[in-house]
Design a protein around this ligand. Structure first.
Ligand code: NAD
Ligand code: MG
Length: 393
């Protein structure tokens, strides 16, 4: 029996994780859940899974939640609060696996704490890895942690890697990684119309139901940009060996091209319970609850090259990973600020890449030798992005 901590249990990935865990009560015990919103859902999760700990960011919410647990008679769950509490629950001795499913930079320190505690990390929170890059990968090795990718593409690549592959190792027999992208809701929209798209249009993804931030990232293709950086780190490959392939059906989740000409692909329905179950059961396999793939209803698989003119964020992400150091953290922070402003309807969709480009050009790249330097770059980028947005609105 393994103990699991889910960072961000009330989000899209958190909910799917608990769905899979509930199918295997003989394999996993929920030790800790963390959340920042949706306390009704968190309470329901506590009723079903009876975690030993819950960690909330905010003291007032924690106080309220303690009272709600008491009313329900759920006295076995201890409620902690604050950012340090997230790090604490991710490092508990009774926790074997940590699902990192907080969205954005807020997930960095708890995920890093899990690495330093030598846990098996199921990594959905791509922003944490993009920001801290080599530092994070070094911590995984130094503290004997295990890193299993949850992002569907990276999980697919991991599955297509040679036997006994571990994240961070360079597989010299691999020539290229082919990273698939759905292209999001605006793949075929006239460029002139992108100016006026609303937040609700941007979050309406054709194939996946996800949190709002990653849904906007899919519409701008920054999600794929962050995933290129994520792939460089997880698979220890230079960006030139990572080819983005637009594949609108989202049935092939990515491919690995070997030096002998063999190309291995991982396929399945677009259901995040598949990569989650893969990582939870690894190196074995168990049921995820996903429907079997019906190729006769899929019928066609299409592929096209990405359009860097339509999706400038993809170009910016390649630039950031080539610059290295603090630049991926700067790209990520500027994107988080721009997307939040777009979701509040303060800026236009087309301003998102403009804000990121401006922020990247305004800051010089530093070496990112410590987590403090990464957090400082993140902070500076947010200030610059906010100031720039103020000139637009
Ligand atoms: P979401 O918005 O649905 O959920 C985010 C979770 O994080 C919630 O539980 C929320 O309470 C918590 N949270 C938000 N801000 C926080 C903060 N400041 N401090 C602590 N907790 C906070 O997001 P999601 O779609 O589940 O995505 C989570 C992560 O997984 C993201 O990094 C995303 O890129 C990645 N991911 C998601 C999917 C997907 O299908 N949803 C696929 C691949 C990767
Ligand atoms: Mg993905």
């Amino acid at each position: 029996m393994k103990g699991i901590c889910i960072l961000g249990s009330t989000g899209s990935i958190g909910v799917s994780t608990l769905d899979v865990v509930a199918r295997h009560p003989d394999r996993y015990k929920v030790v800790a859940l963390t959340a920042n919103n949706n306390l009704d859902r968190l309470l329901e999760q506590c009723r079903v899974h009876k975690p030993s700990y819950v960690a909330l960011l905010d003291e007032a919410k924690a106080e309220d939640f303690r009272a709600r647990l008491a009313t329900e008679g759920l006295m076995g769950t201890k409620v902690l609060c604050g950012t340090r509490a997230l790090e604490e629950v991710a490092s508990l001795t009774e926790v074997d696996s940590v699902m990192a499913a907080i969205v954005g930079a807020a997930g960095l320190l708890p995920t890093l704490a899990a690495a330093k505690a030598g846990k098996s990390i199921l990594l959905a929170n791509k922003e944490a890895l993009v920001m801290s890059g080599p530092l994070f990968m070094r911590a995984v090795v130094q503290y004997g942690a295990e890193l299993l990718p949850i992002d569907s593409e990276h999980n697919a690549i991991f599955q297509c890697m040679p036997a006994n592959y571990h994240a961070g190792r360079r597989a010299s027999e691999v020539r290229r990684i082919l990273l698939t992208a759905s292209g999001g809701p605006f793949l075929n929209k006239a460029l002139s119309e992108l100016h006026d798209v609303s937040p609700d249009q941007a979050v309406a993804h054709p194939n996946w139901v996800m949190g709002r931030k990653i849904s906007v990232d899919s519409a701008t293709m920054m999600n794929k940009g962050l995933e290129v950086i994520e792939a460089c780190l997880l698979f220890n490959m230079p960006p030139e060996q990572i080819q983005v392939v637009v594949h609108p059906q989202s049935v092939i989740h990515s491919l690995v091209d070997y030096v002998d000409g063999t190309v291995l692909a991982q396929m399945g329905n677009p259901d995040m319970r598949i990569p989650i179950a893969h990582a939870l059961a690894w190196p074995e396999r168990f049921e995820s609850g996903a429907e079997p793939l019906d190729l006769f209803s899929v019928r066609q698989l299409n592929f096209e090259a990405p359009d860097f003119g339509r999706f400038p964020n993809l170009r910016l992400a390649y630039e950031a990973v080539r610059s290295g150091g603090t630049m991926p953290a700067i790209l990520n922070a500027a994107n988080e600020v721009a997307v939040a402003s777009f979701l509040e309807a303060r800026i236009r969709f087309t301003a998102i890449p403009e804000i990121i480009d401006h922020t990247m050009q305004s800051l010089s790249v530093q070496r990112a030798e410590s987590i403090e330097e990464v957090l400082e770059a993140d902070h500076q980028a947010r200030v610059i992005a906010h100031d720039y947005i103020a000139t637009l609105t």
